[in-house]
Design a protein. Structure first.
Length: 423
């Protein structure tokens, strides 16, 4: 009889203990979470110098209390007051509306690129002076913001360097508040970064110099097309065919609609193989010249309504429009690779088969024999041109088998060199 009640009491006691333990566990986790948040906030605000001053202050207080040294007490007080004073500089909340505006999103190397920073105080109170920092690529531009009344606006204009081809992240904009000693630093991010694309320099290649290659009328392939310049045969009209291709004489004679069928020519196909292999270049200037040369060929082909394929070790670039091609070239970088131009020609032959002209672009390291090894892997129907980019070298041209090798010393030499090749 006593066992029953005893068990009941024991069960109730266990239940209360479990509930108390769960409550203590929840409270402990909440405390840990709060402490973790405080630590994160403090770590974000305290600079390296501030952390060092805090550590010295703690040691000075311990030494002063344990050893009773007056000097340590004075040092502890000075450092403590410095830290408390620094806190006063970073307290408070800024209420800004920050606008980052780039005058243009795309420029060419050497062009002016301007940006504007607009800061407006949206609070009902006067905002104390602060500073704004704008990340520009790997650098940081700093702008002081004066004391602003409610609704007041402050504007700054800055210039983005465009001396090198690149895709530059401009922003984000951060407001920075810190004390004069640099012990504490509080940052607030106000917007997302913008992108500025710095296109490579290019040279205009007049006429059909891209074809180099005396194939103005095109070279017929075995592929049939419904729209080209080389007439091949007639066939019955199919709904959806272009009515401009109807052969009216044959239609009148047979009483049925008949359309022209053409041989697809290779004239409109250009492929540029740009080596991004670091080992193919002796300097950054060689690679920049190679990128500009690639862009020059590609843009002229686009102007002439040719199809353009640009291949690199890292993949294909977009050649369907001027802007997309230059955007992709702006972000091209060289990197270590075991893939040579010959490897690209062998692995991507299917993409190169449709081209009537294939241009191989590299630096000074690949020898003419290396370029020849790449050209022999191309389709027999394509004409091959190799360009070795060697800044400062005199323009030279020589032939190895059916491969023409052009040594280019500067981008300005490219139009003249192409005209001579067509003479």
């Amino acid at each position: 009889m006593r066992t029953g009640p005893g068990r009941a009491v024991t069960s109730a006691g266990t239940s209360r203990g479990t509930s108390l333990g769960a409550s203590l566990g929840t409270a402990t986790r909440s405390a840990r979470s709060a402490v973790r948040r405080v630590v994160v906030v403090v770590a974000d605000v305290v600079t390296g110098l501030g952390a060092g001053v805090f550590l010295v202050a703690v040691l000075a207080w311990v030494g002063a209390l344990v050893l009773g040294w007056t000097e340590l007490l004075v040092l502890a007080l000075v450092l403590t007051f410095a830290l408390l004073g620094a806190v006063a500089f970073v307290l408070g909340r800024l209420s800004y509306e920050v606008t980052l505006d780039l005058a243009t999103r795309r420029v060419t190397v050497g062009d002016r690129a301007l940006g504007g920073l607009l800061v407006r105080n949206t609070s009902s109170r006067t905002a104390l002076p602060s500073a704004m920092e704008v990340s520009v690529g790997r650098g940081v531009a700093s702008f002081p913001v004066p004391r602003l009344r409610s609704g007041a606006v402050h504007e700054d204009v800055f210039r983005v360097p465009t001396s090198r081809r690149a895709v530059i992240d401009v922003g984000p904009v951060r407001s920075v508040r810190s004390d004069p000693l640099g012990l504490l630093r509080r940052e607030v991010v106000w917007n997302e970064p913008e992108q500025l694309v710095v296109h490579p320099r290019t040279a205009g290649l007049a006429g059909s110099s891209v074809g180099s290659l005396h194939d103005l009328e095109g070279r017929a392939s075995r592929d049939l097309s419904d729209s080209d310049v080389s007439f091949h045969a007639l066939r019955d009209y199919v709904p959806g065919d272009d009515r401009r291709h109807i052969h009216w004489r044959s239609t009148a004679r047979t009483g049925q609609l008949v359309v022209r069928q053409f041989e697809e020519t290779r004239r409109s196909q250009l492929a540029v193989v740009l080596s991004t292999r670091e080992e193919d270049y002796a300097s950054d200037d060689e690679f920049e010249l190679a990128v500009s040369t690639t862009g020059s060929y590609g843009l002229q082909a686009i102007r002439e309504d040719r199809r353009v394929h640009v291949l690199t070790q890292g993949g294909n670039l977009r050649g369907d429009s001027r802007t997309r091609l230059l955007d992709d070239l702006a972000g091209v970088e060289r990197s270590p690779s075991r893939t040579t131009l010959a490897d690209i020609a062998r692995a991507r032959r299917g993409e190169l088969d449709a081209a009537s002209v294939v241009v191989l672009v590299a630096g000074s390291v690949p020898s003419p024999a290396d370029l020849r090894a790449a050209s022999v892997r191309l389709s027999l129907g394509a004409r091959a041109l190799a360009v070795r980019c060697v800044p400062g070298a005199a323009v030279a041209r020589h032939t190895i088998g059916d491969l023409t090798v052009l040594t280019l010393g500067s981008l300005e030499d490219l139009p003249r060199a192409m005209r001579k090749m067509n003479d």
